[in-house]
Each structure stands twice: as structure tokens, then as C-alpha cells.
Design a protein around this ligand. Structure first.
Ligand SMILES: NC(=O)c1ccc[n+]([C@@H]2O[C@H](COP(=O)([O-])OP(=O)(O)OC[C@H]3O[C@@H](n4cnc5c(N)ncnc54)[C@H](O)[C@@H]3O)[C@@H](O)[C@H]2O)c1
Ligand SMILES: O=C(O)C[C@H](O)C(=O)O
Length: 337
């Protein structure tokens, strides 16, 4: 029987697809462990409230011993009241004829007020994970609107990309995902992201060496990485949409659980990937929310330092960072940050 105080978790877009996949895993203890009771605050827009209410009925019917309370609201201040963890999932999808600037502006109208509500109402230890796209820049907008919350509490999800890369790599090296260490997703959660295996190992063996063996030499391995692995991982979201007919849901929810679980509980098995505020490491401009190799130490993400990046890696990183800078400049010119 859990005896700790409940942790309050706010989920925006809780009536949507990812929300539906997230709620039951959180309530089961998959995110914060079997000793931690949870309170769930579900934030929706008025037209999404019924769906969130339906999910809440099913949560009740699941009789999760760790679930102490469920609140459903369309009022952001009420939803973030006392929140220890905020999962910002609800976002404005790109509609027909919508330009990127329109999408950023529409999301500014969501993530700005939500950042302000977090600033006003959340608990002092609030941790925020943004899932709704464009996730990195939405996190930047939310953080800019929460001046009293330390910037490092705002993160965006690239764990799904990390997990996708693990899955692809495990097949290529005929290993197990659980034996792979030292993989990194750099930059934006978008097609420009850079999945980097240069420092990766599988069961202690160098991944680049294993790939060279498999593909017949280091040059062939590098070609496979550039022409197949990187585009497959970076384009996996689009591949899922094409095959499934709708965007990733269960894997996105699972990655969100992984991200928060590791942030709170630590990364004993080595580094993972998360989009966090840059301190200027690896030449990524300070303040951008970019994916890095990260470890969680005492409940905070720390960038893994001093990895060597070759010319190929530096070029890829520069491309994805340039996209993040463009997005930042666009939301700045719209007055959103
Ligand atoms: N970062 C990632 O790895 C990743 C992966 C997959 C999907 N996504 C993104 O996650 C988001 C959600 O995906 P989904 O499949 O659950 O979409 P969905 O359309 O099924 O659900 C979104 C929900 O958000 C709600 N919503 C919209 N505006 C809101 C607001 N201002 N406040 C509260 N709720 C609001 C909607 O009513 C809807 O119920 C999308 O932006 C998608 O692109 C991100
Ligand atoms: O919703 C999308 O556009 C794709 C999503 O971000 C994903 O990576 O699956």
C-alpha cells in the first residue's frame, strides 16, 4: 500500500489520443513507480471535455489503487493548481493551407497562456514535458511565459525519436535494445533531427565497428547511417502516419512515460535524449530548447559533456539548430516570447 503524498500531474489534451494512452499507464504506476499515488488534472478545450470525461469514467472502472483523484476542466489556472508534473500534449495540428507561421501563432495562443498558468498556479517543483508539436518551440513559448519558473523545468520530448533509433539500431546490429548505450538525438523533434550513433555501444561493443562489420567496412556503414538510418528515424513519424492512417499514439505516450520516469528517478543505465534548455554546450545557442545527450542527476537533467563530434556530426547539428533558431525568431517576431 502506497503511503507517500500524491503527486499532482496535469495532462493537457487529455481527451485526445495520446492522452487516452497516457492516463492509464500513469495511473498504473508506470511513470512514478508503485509507491507513488497520483492525482490527475485533465485540461481540455470545451469540445474535448466529453472525451476526457469518458476517459475518467474508465479510470474509475480500472480501480487503480494509486489513483487518488481525477479533475477535469477547461480552465488552465485550475488545471495547473499545485501541479508537480505537467504533460503538455494538446496542441493545434496543422490544418489545410496553414503556413508554418500560422501554426506557430496558433500554438503560441495555447502554450503562452499555459506557461502563464503554470507560473501562477503550479507547485515549486513543477516539471514540464511538452509533447504537442512543434514541441521544442512550444516549450520555448511556455517557458518564456513563466518567468518565475526556472528555465530548466521546461523540456520537450525527443525520447520517442531516441526509442525509434534504438529500435532501428537493434535490428541493424542484431542486438537487443536493452544492451544499447550512448545513443543521442540532437536538435529539433522534426525531420532535421540528428540521430547519432558515433558513441554508441551494444553489449559493450562499439556500434560503428559492428556496423562496419555488417555492411562491409566503415565507409559503407557511414553510407547506411546517412542514407537509411537517419532518414528512417527522422521520418518515422510520417511513416507511422502513412501506414497507420494517424500519428503515433501509444509509442508517443510510452516515450513520455520514459522521459518523466527517468527525469524523476534517474538514468542508471547511462544517457538518454531529451530536449532541454541549452546552456551553450556543443555550440547550441543558449536558451534554445534542443535535444542533447542527457543524464538525470538528483532529479535534474544534465547535458553529457565533451563528446567529440566529427565534421559530419557538426554539420548535422548545425542544420537542426538553424531550424530551431528560425522557429525561435519566428515566434519572437510574433511577440510570443
Ligand atoms: N513529440 C512527439 O514525439 C510527438 C509524437 C506524436 C505526436 N505528437 C504531438 O502530440 C500532439 C497530440 O497528439 P494526439 O494524437 O493526442 O492528438 P489529438 O488530436 O488526438 O488530441 C489532442 C487533444 O488536445 C486537445 N486540445 C487542443 N487544444 C487544447 C488546449 N488549448 N488545451 C487543452 N487541450 C487542447 C484537443 O481537444 C484534443 O483532444 C500533437 O501535436 C502531435 O503532433 C508529438
Ligand atoms: O504528429 C506528427 O507530426 C508526428 C509526431 O511528431 C511523431 O514524431 O510521430
Amino acid at each position: 500500500m502506497a503511503s507517500n503524498a500524491p503527486v499532482t500531474i496535469t495532462i493537457t489534451g487529455a481527451g485526445g489520443q495520446i492522452g487516452y494512452a497516457l492516463l492509464f499507464r500513469i495511473a498504473s504506476g508506470a511513470m512514478l513507480g508503485p509507491e507513488t499515488p497520483v492525482r490527475l488534472n485533465l485540461l481540455e478545450i470545451p469540445q474535448g471535455l466529453k472525451s476526457a470525461e469518458g476517459a475518467a469514467l474508465e479510470l474509475q472502472d480500472s480501480a487503480f489503487p494509486l489513483l487518488t483523484h481525477v479533475e477535469i476542466t477547461d480552465d488552465a489556472n485550475a488545471a495547473f493548481e499545485g501541479a508537480n508534473i505537467a504533460l503538455l500534449v494538446g496542441a493545434r495540428p496543422r490544418g489545410p493551407g496553414m503556413e508554418r507561421g500560422d501554426l506557430l501563432a496558433a500554438n503560441g495562443g495555447i502554450f503562452g497562456p499555459q506557461g502563464a498558468a503554470i507560473n501562477a498556479a503550479a507547485a515549486d517543483d513543477i516539471r514540464v514535458a511538452v509533447v504537442g508539436n512543434p514541441a521544442n518551440t512550444n516549450a520555448l513559448i511556455a517557458a518564456a511565459n513563466a518567468p518565475d519558473v526556472p528555465r530548466d523545468r521546461f523540456t520537450a520530448l525527443t525520447r520517442l525519436d531516441h526509442n525509434r533509433a534504438l529500435g532501428q539500431l537493434a535490428v541493424a546490429v542484431e542486438g537487443s535494445v536493452g544492451d544499447i548505450r550512448g545513443l543521442t538525438i540532437w536538435g529539433n523533434h522534426s525531420a532535421t533531427q540528428f540521430p547519432d550513433v558515433e558513441h554508441a555501444t551494444v553489449a559493450g561493443d562499439s556500434v560503428p565497428a559492428r556496423l562496419a562489420e555488417r555492411f562491409g567496412g566503415p565507409d559503407a556503414a557511414r553510407r547506411w547511417l546517412a542514407d537509411e538510418f537517419i532518414p528512417r528515424v527522422a521520418g518515422r513519424g510520417a511513416e507511422i502516419i502513412e501506414v497507420r492512417g494517424s500519428s503515433s499514439v501509444a509509442s508517443a505516450a510510452s516515450a513520455t512515460i520514459d522521459h518523466v520516469r527517468d527525469w524523476v528517478g534517474g538514468t542508471p543505465d547511462g544517457w538518454t535524449s531529451a530536449a532541454i534548455v541549452s546552456d551553450g554546450s556543443y555550440g547550441v545557442p543558449e536558451g534554445l530548447i534542443s535535444s542533447f545527450p542527457v543524464e538525470s542527476v538528483d532529479g535534474s537533467w544534465r547535458i553529457v559533456r565533451d563528446l567529440e563530434l566529427d565534421a559530419f556530426a557538426r554539420g548535422r547539428l548545425a542544420t537542426t539548430v538553424a531550424e530551431l533558431e528560425d522557429e525561435r525568431d519566428a515566434v519572437r517576431s510574433l511577440g510570443l516570447i
